[in-house]
Design a protein around this ligand. Sequence first.
Ligand SMILES: Nc1ncnc2c1ncn2[C@@H]1O[C@H](COP(=O)(O)OP(=O)(O)OP(=O)(O)O)[C@@H](O)[C@H]1O
Ligand SMILES: [Mg+2]
Length: 234
Amino acid sequence: MDIVLQNILKKYGNKTVLHIDKLELKAGLVTGIIGPNGSGKSTLMKIIAGLDNAFTGSLRINGGEVNQEINKNMTMVFQKPYLINTDVYNNIAYPLKIRGKSKTEINNKLQNVIRLMKLEGIAHQNACTLSGGEMQKVALARAIVFEPRLLLLDEPTANIDPQTMQLMENAISYVNQRCNTTVIIVTHNIGQLQRMCREAVFMREGKVEKQGTMRDILSNIKGTYIDEFLELDM
Ligand SMILES: Nc1ncnc2c1ncn2[C@@H]1O[C@H](COP(=O)(O)OP(=O)(O)OP(=O)(O)O)[C@@H](O)[C@H]1O
Ligand SMILES: [Mg+2]
């Protein structure tokens, strides 16, 4: 899905937390959103996801207003995942159930995603008893199981061990390639950004400071926040 934001202004009281003149995110790509804490990344993601309507400006997806059909085909994984108080299997099945899929289709899709995400050992455990990392894995599995056209990921692999991170990155790339899903991913991990994203957006103090290919972003960062961020992570 193509996303175009124009003249976006979002305030809390007198404080402007997002001020974007124009931002275009291309369909079919994995785009990274980076920037310091508090720079407005999660706020931007919630606006795109249609979860925050208290802003001025225009958000257009695939050239038009966000409608039911678009809503049905997008999902967001939150920085702090929330899961339903039932087992992992039913948590992941939920998006398929509410979309009216048949039992057979649900079972097939669940089998595939449980194998892809290596969740066999916890499939029948209550989701509320999972470790933090396990919850993040389940939240991602639940997001990709219905093959969304737009997948919004807000720091999906924060606090994840390297092996699991690889597994989650592979799962994200898999849906991007197999279903042509547009992926927007917020991350503080520059390695992840380089592995996964063709383009990136650097935000600071609510503004888009730079947008471009990973090459553009990485070649113009001397003396900026990203520079420090790189040294920390590589
Ligand atoms: N409900 C709220 N009331 C007041 N200020 C808020 C509220 N929600 C967010 N903010 C402020 O908006 C700014 C942007 O927050 P946001 O969560 O988008 O940042 P972020 O870039 O995602 O940061 P992080 O990397 O820490 O997740 C922050 O300064 C935050 O304190
Ligand atoms: Mg955030």
